[in-house]
Write a protein that binds this ligand. Sequence first.
Ligand code: NAP
Length: 525
Amino acid sequence: MNLTGNLLIGAQETGATTGSMKALNPATNLSIEPSFAFGGASEVDRAAHLADDAFDSYNNTSLEVRAAFLERIADGLDAIASELAQRASLETGLPVAQLEGEAAKSATQFRQFATVVRQGRFRQATIDPAQPSRQPRPRMDHRMQKIALGPIAIFGASNFPISYSVAGGDTASALAAGCPVILKAHNGHPGASEIQGRVIQQAVKDAGLHEGVFSLLRGDGNEIGEALVEHPLIKGVTFTGSEGGGMALFRRAQLRPDPIPVFTEMTSVNPTFVLPSALFSRGKDIGDGFAERMLVTVGQACLKPAILLAIDGIGFSEMKQALIARIEAMHARTMLTPGIATMYRRNVDRQLSAGAQQIAMGGEPQGTWDGQSFLFEVDGARLLETPSLSEEVFGPAALLVRVKDIDQMVAIARHFRGQLSATMQIEQADHALAARLLPILERRTGRIVINAFAHPQEVSDASIHGGPFPATSDSRFTSVGMSAIERFLRPVCYQGFPDELLPEALRHDNPRGLWRLTDGALSKA
Ligand code: NAP
């Protein structure tokens, strides 16, 4: 595909209006052709008006047309998967094979959401028929369905340049809901973003949809993101990135004259609790498994298990030695961007100055933006009295916590802020302690894992990739999995409607055979 570096505003291409950039190859520290255009507030305004113009027709496409559109995107991603992975690898330093996997996962997500659309359950069609003879007063016919929120601004993530980026799960679920999307591309992978954007732009055209269903913007600094979040025609925002950036955008959206929902996914250390019997019988294996997961994708993953806690006892030193051996054997690898590599080094220093003891170190960096692996250790008391030790270090570093006893483990579980996931390593004899920890973890995490490590994330009906603040800004929703669509929907009730004015999902003859809650009972009637 010929990359032009232009912004994609609806069906149009637009050159730079506020400057330009070149992608950086973080492995060589050299820039890559071509130049990529920056836009500003006027491009946001154009894209937002187009998206608003597209809304009514797109929200009212038949389920079949919308599902087929999502499948076109999936087919388009499959067709360019290899080229996309190669470009993304150049721009991020991630291995091509991993990125091909991401491209396949993205295509699968679009197909899964096509199924969700065809099933129509997301409408949550609900019918309370009229009761004309009810006493003391009659009930009118009430019907409810969920409709799309409106145009959505999506901030592509840096760390998964395909599956959480332009053609990622946020885009798939927003388009499935019936929302036009304006994508703010991450500057860490502009070429990969353009390739994905062109696939979606082409699918919009081929499906005969309004051009405003999708736009791809890029900008320098905060201006373009702020303009998107503040634009009156934008009705919702998703974001994956830092807590500072996510909360700045969240607060901005709440200060609008008409506040809008902002779904941010920000930070998580995904603690792993090793319970005594598991430590006794599997200490070494747990150390190996934890290290392997925490080093995946150079530790730049939202689900990286970053803190390993165990009560000092038999098995602790086997687990610790296994971790040390893995970390010491790991060579330094290229990190995603100079900003992320710099922040990583700063956060490693923060752990040391907060009193963590460095007990293992991987190979020395060779490239400018390589991330060296580290393992730190603290005791439970130190962790409890030093909150910064429990904060994310985005990169290949982890913290081993030597816990004094069961009560201290429970206290530590209580001290964690909101998490995407938490893991318990247990055996049968640990069930009583696991049951004691469970309600504490339920209040603090979106996912609790037994005897595995939380990465990678499944995309399925029961998947939850969310959690209490600061893991996300809204713990009621997930950003991964089929229920991610619920972020982009709102209920509308139709009262006393003649049949021909009702939306398809609520008509008497149920033309699409949807499951509906009718008078309190689920049926296809
Ligand atoms: P980021 O700095 O938060 O940026 C994410 C996106 O939001 C970028 O497009 C950025 O635009 C934009 N943005 C950030 N702050 C903004 C603001 N105040 N106003 C308007 N737009 C804003 O995240 P990142 O570049 O991906 O990585 C930085 C750090 O975030 C990492 O070191 C890591 O700690 C954390 N992170 C965490 C996760 C996770 O899943 N836990 C994932 C990714 C990153 P610009 O690039 O133009 O500034």
